[in-house]
Design a protein around this ligand. Structure first.
Ligand code: HEC
Length: 248
C-alpha cells in the first residue's frame, strides 16, 4: 500500500508538472498560485464594488471619484498670483477642435476662422516672470523636468524636433522648437489645446506648468534667455517675438 501511494504521488507530481507546460510560447502555462503574481486590477474610478472577482454589495454604489462640476475652480491656496495664473484659460479652442483634438467637453469658438483665438493669443504674455537668476534657474529646472516627461519623446532633448518617437520613424512632423518665431501666448495656446498632430495637454498639465514650459522652449531659441549680466539686468532681448497671424 505504501509503495503504491509513493508511486501514485510520484506519478501525480510528474503529471502536474507536465500539465504546466504548454506549446504556446506566449502562455505562462498552468499557474498554481495566480494570486502570487497577479495583483487584482483595482479600478479606482469605476464603482463595481468588486474585489477579487467578487461583487461586494456594501462597497457597490458608493460615491466614486467624479468629475467636478463644469467651471469649478480648484483651491490653489491664498497666493493671489498663483491663483490668478491657475484660473481657467480665457481663450476658447477653435471651431474644429472637437473633431481634430477631441475637445468635446469644451465650449468652442464660433468664429468662422478656426484660428481666430490662436491669433488673439499672440497678445498673451507669460504671467511667470524671470525676475532674477534664482527665479530663472528654478524655472528652467522645473521646465526641464516637465519637458522630459511630456515633450521630449516628440520634440527631442534639444528641441530640434527629433525626439525618440521621430528618430524611430514611428512619428513625424514634431515642430523644431528652437526655430519657432511665434509669440509665447501662441505657444501656450498650442500646448494647451494642441495643434496639428500635437494633442491637447489641457488635462495633463496645469497652466502654471505650461507657462513654465513656454519659458523652457524660449531657452531653446536663445541661450541668453533668462540670464543676467553683471549688473543683474536681463541679458536677453525682452521684446516679444512677432505674432504669427497666418495661423500656420
Ligand atoms: C505626440 C508628439 C508631441 C508631443 C508629445 C508634444 N508635441 Fe509639440 N508639436 C508636435 C507637432 C507634430 C507639432 C507641429 C504642429 C503643427 O504645426 O501642425 C508641435 C508643435 C509644437 C509647438 C508649436 C506650436 C505652434 O503654434 O506653432 C510648440 C510650442 C510645442 N509643440 C511645444 C510642445 C511642448 C512644450 C510639449 C510638451 C508639453 C509638446 N509640444 C509635446 C508634436 C508633439
Amino acid at each position: 500500500m505504501k509503495v503504491k501511494f509513493k508511486a501514485f504521488a510520484q506519478f501525480s507530481l510528474v503529471a502536474l508538472l507536465a500539465a504546466a507546460c504548454t506549446t504556446d510560447p506566449d502562455s505562462a502555462g498552468l499557474e498554481y498560485m495566480p494570486d502570487m503574481y497577479r495583483s487584482p486590477a483595482i479600478e479606482p474610478y469605476v464603482d463595481y464594488g468588486e474585489v477579487r472577482g467578487q461583487i461586494n454589495d456594501e462597497l457597490k454604489m458608493h460615491r466614486s471619484a467624479m468629475v467636478p462640476p463644469r467651471y469649478a475652480i480648484p483651491y490653489y491656496g491664498t497666493d493671489s498670483a498663483t491663483v490668478h495664473t491657475l484660473l481657467p484659460y480665457h481663450r476658447l479652442p477653435g471651431r474644429l477642435f472637437a473633431e481634430t483634438h477631441g475637445l468635446y467637453q469644451y465650449d468652442l469658438s464660433s468664429n468662422e476662422d478656426a484660428d481666430y483665438e490662436y491669433k488673439l493669443a499672440a497678445a498673451d504674455v507669460n504671467p511667470l516672470k524671470l525676475t532674477s537668476k534664482e527665479v530663472a534657474d528654478k524655472m528652467f529646472a522645473d521646465g526641464k523636468a516637465l519637458y522630459a516627461i511630456n515633450c521630449n519623446h516628440c520634440h527631442g532633448e534639444k528641441g530640434d524636433g527629433n525626439g525618440p518617437m521621430v528618430a524611430s520613424g514611428a512619428y513625424s512632423g514634431a515642430a523644431v522648437l528652437s526655430g519657432l518665431t511665434i509669440a509665447e501666448g501662441q505657444m501656450f495656446y498650442s500646448i494647451y489645446y494642441g495643434k496639428g498632430m500635437m494633442g491637447s495637454h489641457a488635462s495633463l498639465l496645469n497652466k502654471k506648468e505650461i507657462w513654465t514650459l513656454v519659458h523652457y522652449v524660449r531657452k531653446f531659441q536663445d541661450s541668453n534667455y533668462g540670464t543676467f549680466d553683471a549688473n543683474g539686468l536681463p541679458a536677453w532681448g525682452t521684446t516679444k517675438p512677432a505674432a504669427d497671424t497666418t495661423g500656420k
